[in-house]
Design a protein around this ligand. Structure first.
Ligand code: NAD
Ligand code: UDP
Length: 318
């Protein structure tokens, strides 16, 4: 198949491309390199089945493909809040453009939605039926509401124009290739402890998240794309940890001498988050296989190598 991955030079997108290329597909990666980087896909640049297009999805584009994994959108609060209007444009105009493309060429379209559509949830754990508790005018709303509109657009194209859609609600995912300055909690704690800096826990650290290793997530995305259900389907690891527990785990693993300090909790930061993955288990036969300690080890190893050799000589020309 010829498969388009928007946001393919980013963290999840590049791991997805590795899998699709290994499975023998032809892959087109579309990215504007806002948070993505060529080094994430450098291994495929000269491959005859791989094509890289620098393109901003807020502009239309004509391509012929069989499937579209639509991931383009900054995912870290630090990055999506950098230019909130652009984040909304990416989610609304960008998703509209990619759905228009799917409609024209009759491609199956998978939207990378998010647990953020549940906002600061009043229901725990979150199942797909929960409609969420999102602040429409807060600092996170460009992303939360943007993704909610993206889901609406996907379903309206499905009902009105028969576009085959799949909607994944992705919960916190971590792993190799996250940016050093990504700003998300796992990468922050790992980078801070490797550099001997204090680990910055926001609030008192009692709020929770559930962390899924990236290879598990990619498996879930591929299964969802190739099943016969539209979703939405939660994809995430149901093992829930407080942020302080996460900080202590990373501290123990990397640098027991590293200090843990507390900083103010950002506005509208969700208090608790854990996916109900009953549907993913039943419909996709999917559940995460990599426990946090194992995934953290792989992530630490990746950051250790990158921090040790930041220039990576073989990438000098990329
Ligand atoms: P990322 O920031 O690493 O990747 C996003 C990619 O999209 C980057 O390569 C970036 O350059 C590209 N991009 C952004 N705006 C674009 C635009 N206008 N045109 C073209 N390319 C653009 O983030 P990620 O963690 O890999 O997330 C990928 C997708 O998964 C996002 O849609 C995100 O909302 C979703 N998601 C991720 C998580 C997570 O924990 N990582 C959780 C829920 C949902
Ligand atoms: N967080 C933290 N220290 C950091 C970065 C994040 O305590 O250095 C907290 C953040 O306030 C949130 C949780 O960790 O409660 C997860 O944050 P992240 O940005 O990774 O993802 P999201 O909030 O989008 O789930």
């Amino acid at each position: 198949m010829r498969i388009l991955v928007t946001g393919g030079a980013g963290f999840i997108g590049s791991h997805l491309i590795d899998r699709l290329m290994a499975d023998g597909h032809e892959v087109i990666c579309l990215d504007n390199f806002f948070t993505g980087h060529k080094r994430n896909i450098v291994q495929w640049l000269n491959h005859p089945y791989f094509e890289l297009i620098r393109h901003d999805i807020t502009e239309a584009i004509r391509l012929e493909v069989d499937q579209i994994y639509h991931l383009a959108c900054p995912a870290s609060p630090v990055h999506y809040q950098y230019n909130p209007v652009k984040t909304i444009k990416t989610n609304v105009m960008g998703t509209l453009n990619m759905l228009g493309l799917a409609k024209r060429v009759k491609a199956r379209f998978l939207l990378a939605s998010t647990s953020e559509v549940y906002g600061d949830p009043e229901v725990h754990p979150q199942s797909e039926e929960y409609r969420g508790n999102v602040n429409p005018i807060g600092p996170r709303s460009c992303y939360d509401e943007g993704k909610r509109v993206a889901e609406t657009l996907a379903f309206d194209y499905h009902w009105q124009n028969d576009v085959e859609i799949r909607v994944a609600r992705i919960f916190n995912t971590y792993g190799s290739r996250m940016l050093e300055n990504d700003g998300r909690v796992v990468s922050n704690f790992v980078v801070q402890s490797l550099k001997g800096q204090p680990l910055t826990v926001y609030g008192d650290g009692s709020h929770t998240r559930s962390f899924c290793y990236v290879s598990d997530l990619v498996e879930g995305l591929i299964r969802l794309m190739n099943c016969d259900r539209t979703g939405p389907i939660n994809l995430g690891n149901p093992d829930e940890y407080t942020i302080l527990e996460l900080a202590r785990s990373v501290q123990q693993m990397v640098n027991p001498e590293a200090e843990i300090i507390f900083k103010p909790l950002p506005q509208d930061d969700p208090q608790r988050r854990r996916p109900d993955i009953t549907k993913a288990k039943a419909l996709l036969g999917w559940q995460p296989t990599i426990p946090l300690q194992e995934g953290l080890k792989l992530t630490v190893e990746d950051f250790r190598n990158r921090i040790a050799s930041p220039e990576m000589p073989h990438l000098a020309s990329v």
